[in-house]
Ligand binder design. Structure first.
Ligand SMILES: Nc1nc2c(ncn2[C@@H]2O[C@H](COP(=O)(O)OP(=O)(O)OP(=O)(O)O)[C@@H](O)[C@H]2O)c(=O)[nH]1
Ligand SMILES: [Mg+2]
Length: 301
């Protein structure tokens, strides 16, 4: 039998290219949130893929974008910091790019500085013609000595093994760092906060969802009279303005109800227990300058 391999792999790229979608596919669990909005991922989240002959620890990272405030500066800093500790980098771009754009050029410059084994992932190939993928591959080949270049659709199962196989080839022999049943370093509390934020991102428009922050105030488990396990979760959505609060709550509370219900359904699937979820909305215009909150988005290893 071949020697057991292990290693750490960061997934980086511009915001909204599909990094978190790929991670969920590689892990085969709904472990990180995704949305068709930029800056969905706010911190480095680890997720573990256990294979027959290897264990791969992935780090999902916030997408690279032009920082607008302290929060985005912290997020981007987290992405670059995550690269220090990894063996392999997955650099994801969108197939719809006609050329190596400004944002991707910036990322490539950073990659050249850190000089790690890097796989280029070209995502969303469903959106373009095959010939255009080949052109893009040729353009990118000239920019960096990639270990592999893989065109994919991040959410499609058939691509997960292709990506995992390529990563495995680049790993060195190493131990199993995590137990086989562990698939993320997130706490249940964090996962609940993220799920609520995901629903807010998906259902709300414009600047409202980007100005929110979710905190679980209380997380308790108990047994019902029928001896069924249940989690009681109380959470607050913080937003920056009174007008945003009205939008999040919605007419007759409909929007907040929808966010809560959809988050609950997903969380019941993930945790495998019944959940009683209550969500409130509060205004805190300066939450994104609060150092205690920003600390949560910093990279820790
Ligand atoms: N058409 C198409 N859409 C995709 C594909 N992969 C991901 N998406 C969509 O792209 C959007 C962004 O996906 P995410 O996985 O949240 O992107 P991300 O790179 O993690 O984004 P940030 O966390 O904001 O940096 C979502 O709406 C996905 O459904 C794909 O292969 N094809
Ligand atoms: Mg993401």
């Amino acid at each position: 039998m071949s020697e057991f391999k292990s290693g750490f792999v960061s997934i980086i790229g511009r915001t909204n290219v599909g990094k978190s979608t790929l991670l969920n596919n590689l892990i085969k669990e709904d472990v990180v949130i995704t949305a068709n909005k930029p800056q969905t991922t706010r911190m480095a989240i680890r997720a573990i893929a256990n294979r027959e002959n290897s264990q791969i620890i992935f780090i999902d990272t916030p997408g690279i974008h032009k920082p607008k405030n302290k929060l985005s500066e912290t997020m981007i800093d987290t992405t670059w910091s995550s690269l220090k500790d990894v063996d392999v980098v997955l650099f994801m771009i969108e197939a719809t790019s006609k050329d190596v754009g400004k944002g991707d050029t910036y990322i490539l410059e950073k990659l050249k500085e850190i000089h790690k084994k890097t796989i280029l992932i070209i995502n969303k190939i469903d959106l373009i013609k095959k010939e255009d993928v080949l052109q893009l591959i040729n353009k990118y080949k000239e920019t960096y000595d990639f270990s592999a270049i893989i065109p994919i659709e991040a959410g499609k199962r058939k691509y997960a093994d292709i990506v995992l196989d390529e990563i495995e080839k680049l790993l060195k022999p190493g131990p199993r760092y995590y137990e086989e049943d562990e698939y993320t370093d997130q706490t249940l509390r964090q996962m609940a906060e993220e799920k609520i934020r995901e629903k807010a991102l998906r259902f709300l428009d414009d600047e409202v969802p980007h100005g929110i922050y979710v905190e679980v105030e209380s997380f308790k488990n108990r047994k019902t009279k029928q001896k069924e396990e249940i989690y009681d979760i109380d959470a607050t959505i913080y937003c920056k303005r009174e007008s945003h609060k009205g939008i999040i709550i919605g007419k007759n509370g409909q929007m907040l109800k929808k966010i809560g219900q959809c988050a609950r359904v997903d969380l019941e699937k993930i945790f495998g227990v019944k959940i009683n979820l209550k969500v409130w909305v509060k205004v805190d215009p300066k939450w994104d300058e609060n150092t205690q909150i920003l600390k949560k988005f910093k990279y820790t290893n």
